[in-house]
Design a protein around this ligand. Structure first.
Ligand SMILES: [Ca+2]
Ligand SMILES: [Ca+2]
Length: 285
């Protein structure tokens, strides 16, 4: 990847992260919108010098707000110990798929790789975790739907890796199932494919994945990730796919996280339940 494309990719991923904070983290978007409406409905006031400078949305979220000053200080008083969340309650998630992925958490779409297949890129977002946390991912290798091949008659390989700042990582404990396989038997001279329709609600919390096999861990040398992978922290995470890295082209993954492994005794002190129904239509299935 040249410098220009690298810059574009970083900008796009940054913009993607900011967009998905608004799109996916409904409670955060709601809180911000509500604040904005409140501010608009009131007469103009002199700027509070204790308020930090307004954040440029393209710079992404501010980390570690901690509720001490700025907009965090506008939290409502605790109700039964539960308060509205702020950015210090969020965790960073980084993901890299060869070649594309989208991710749901607890049934809600939270991330879509904004670069379809090439160049390879990392998607980094902030999420507001709620446990138990059901993670569901659709990942696709770059493969022609009719032949399973890429670049004419070549066979491309795949791979997925995710790391959550709460200690959750991809490994063989994840469930995986292929829904698009080909070319069958690797026959590129007369390529045939096998497909299976995605099950309804495969991304929801209650979907039964007990019949799915566990994911297969693959060594980094086999995946050969591109440079953006090395610019992010994936330490401790494993590359996963099904048992066929070459011919399984569309794979669903699921994982249920009961507690944050880095801080299992943490008590939830915030709620993501908005005051109105923000569910709306889901854009990706
Ligand atoms: Ca392939
Ligand atoms: Ca590939």
């Amino acid at each position: 990847m040249d410098a220009k494309h690298g810059q574009q990719a970083r900008w796009m991923v940054g913009a993607c992260a900011a967009s998905f904070l608004l799109l996916g983290a409904g409670s955060i978007a709601f809180g911000t919108e509500q604040q904005g409406q409140q501010e608009q409905s009131q007469p103009a006031k002199p700027q509070n010098p204790q308020q930090g400078p307004q954040q440029n949305p393209q710079q992404g979220p501010r980390r570690g707000g901690g509720g001490g000053g700025g907009r965090g200080s506008a939290r409502k008083p605790p109700q039964d110990g539960i308060v509205k969340p702020d950015m210090s309650d969020t965790i960073r998630v980084a993901g890299y798929a060869d070649n594309w992925f989208a991710m749901y958490i607890n049934g809600k779409l939270v991330a879509v790789d904004s670069i379809d297949f090439l160049p390879h890129n990392v998607v980094a977002i902030d999420i507001l975790p709620e446990y138990p946390m059901t993670i569901a991912v659709i990942a696709k290798d770059n493969a022609d739907p009719k032949t399973g091949c890429e670049y004419g008659r070549s066979i491309g390989d795949a791979g997925l890796i995710l790391k959550f700042a709460d200690g959750t990582v991809t490994d063989a404990s994840w469930k995986a199932k292929c829904f698009f396989h080909g070319p069958i038997d690797g026959k590129t001279d007369d390529p045939k494919v096998r497909t299976e329709e995605l099950p309804a609600n495969w991304f929801t919390v209650d979907f039964d994945d007990s019949s799915w096999a566990n994911a297969t861990e693959w060594p980094e040398e086999r995946i050969q990730p591109k440079q953006p992978y090395f610019e992010h922290d994936f330490k401790g995470a494993k590359w996963i796919w099904t048992g066929d890295l070459d011919l399984d082209n569309t794979v669903l993954f699921r994982k249920k996280v009961e507690k944050p492994s880095l801080n299992p005794d943490a008590k939830r002190r915030w709620t993501t339940k908005p005051d109105i129904d923000t569910s709306g239509p889901t854009p990706v299935k």
